[in-house]
Design a protein around this ligand. Structure first.
Ligand code: FES
Length: 105
């Protein structure tokens, strides 16, 4: 398990998608009105970094602005209508403890 404080994380290209680096691995921490969601920092469409290309849409959708694919942060599934054939986001289970996130990495 890894504990992190969101306030300590570096912002990605878009404000509410934060960067978490753990050793060689990189994650996107998404701050949404429904809480924090953490995914591997990789769009399943063409493998670009979500911390560079991902922006949040309400309530818990991340859109990769490289080609417009949208993903539900609760399930990892693609949520826009043309989503056939695209893999899902690689989700990380996250719990909160006061001002820290507890990640199962
Ligand atoms: S690489 Fe993300 S939508 Fe294409």
């Amino acid at each position: 398990m890894t504990r992190v404080r969101p306030a300590d994380l570096q912002k990605g290209h878009f404000e509410d998608v934060l960067i978490l680096k753990v050793e060689e691995r990189r994650f996107a921490v998404c701050r949404t009105p429904l809480g924090y969601f953490v995914v591997h920092d990789c769009c399943p469409h063409r493998r670009v970094q979500l911390t560079r290309w991902g922006r949040l849409k309400e309530p818990a959708i991340v859109q990769c602005t490289a080609h417009g694919c949208q993903f539900d942060l609760k399930t990892g599934e693609r949520s826009d209508s043309s989503g056939q054939g695209c893999l899902r986001l690689d989700l990380v289970h996250v719990d909160t403890d006061e001002d820290e996130l507890i990640l199962e990495l």
